[in-house]
Design a protein around this ligand. Structure first.
Ligand code: PMV
Length: 331
């Protein structure tokens, strides 16, 4: 099964809809509290396990999309034209090709992200989610959240969790066509939650999460225990949110991230996204916790940490980590 087959299953005749004029869409980026690490289908980005995320409030991608009379797509990222030889350009045009019913259709694509690209802050998630949302508006497809999340997943897995704000669960599903692998909002907002973005490096990562996931599955002796770990974490994190038990949420999120990185460290060649500073900051967080502060972290495929805490501890966290940027996910 190819991506184009899934697009056809979802859009059918709507692929022939005529485009409207310019549209604007915003998608927040998201941070997984229970991670997605490993695909059961690489073409369709179908995951081996479910995952669970929180969106990053006002941080994400705003996209202005219209049709262009030009012979190729005109792509701008943060006001700069994107060179057609870059991976970014190729990946994006390949994605747009899925929805280009007529060969002569080209897009004017103006994307603005207020997050550093490819630094483990999931800029591709909000990028593909905003693309799907803008296309949905431009062609008046009137898709629901489930369908939008399936289409966004074809761009990048974690993008399926960026089609709505709040807590989102992405179901692994078992169907070969992935129609049962979509996201749903977990309807228990927690307005007091805060995320502190600790930027350790904004350099683009050397190893993509796609390659790293595959290497982990094939070579890590620890990978076989990962699905079981995620199953338990998913169950517990939802309980923690429903019971507003922040220490349980923090513990599950931090332990889930550490387990994901442990499977990567045991891959061959080993995969280590942490820098020395990443580990120093982890130790500072553990020390603060020892002193009684309810402070936890999570880490994705990059050296940066995302701190998890509650509004009431903002001043204490800021005193310890003045460099963090604080996000209100439910703003
Ligand atoms: O969707 P991708 O290919 O960018 O992979 C995301 C992988 C992690 O960020 C490490 C985990 C996750 O669930 O977001």
């Amino acid at each position: 099964m190819k991506k184009a087959d899934v697009v056809n299953m979802i859009l059918g005749n709507k692929l022939n809809n005529s485009p409207g004029s310019s549209v604007k869409a915003f998608a927040p980026t998201n941070i997984a509290l229970c991670k997605y690490w490993g695909k059961r289908n690489q073409e369709l980005n179908l995951p081996i396990t479910g995952s669970f995320s929180i969106s990053m409030g006002i941080y994400g991608t705003t996209l202005e999309l219209s049709m262009s009379e030009t012979e190729q797509d005109l792509i701008f990222y943060n006001d700069q034209p994107v060179d057609s030889n870059t991976t970014f350009h190729k990946r994006l045009t390949a994605f747009l090709d899925l929805f280009r019913q007529k060969k002569q259709w080209h897009f004017h694509f103006k994307s603005q992200a207020n997050i550093p690209i490819a630094a483990g802050l999931a800029s591709s998630a909000s990028g593909f989610a905003s693309t799907v949302q803008a296309l949905n508006e431009l062609f008046q497809w009137q898709l629901n959240q489930k369908e939008l999340s399936i289409l966004a997943r074809l761009g990048s897995g974690s993008a399926s969790r960026s089609v709505s704000p709040g807590f989102l669960e992405w179901y692994a599903g078992t169907d070969e066509d992935g129609m049962d692998s979509y996201t749903e909002v977990f309807p228990h907002p927690w307005p007091e939650m805060r995320i502190g973005m600790m930027m350790i490096s904004t350099k683009e990562k050397a190893l993509s999460s796609r390659e790293a996931m595959q290497r982990t599955i094939v070579t890590s002796p620890l990978y076989s225990s990962w699905p079981k770990k995620v199953d338990g974490d998913l169950r517990e994190i939802k309980q923690a949110i429903q019971q507003k038990d922040f220490n349980l949420l923090g513990k599950i999120a931090e332990s889930d991230a550490m387990a994901m990185h442990a499977t990567m460290l045991s891959a061959w060649p080993p995969i280590c996204y942490s820098l020395p500073e990443t580990v120093s900051f982890m130790q500072k967080i553990w020390d603060a916790r020892q002193q009684g502060l309810s402070l936890y972290f999570t880490q994705d495929a990059g050296p940066n940490l995302k701190l998890l805490f509650l509004e009431k501890d903002t001043a204490a966290v800021q005193t310890l980590f003045p460099e963090i940027k604080i996000v209100q996910p439910f703003e």
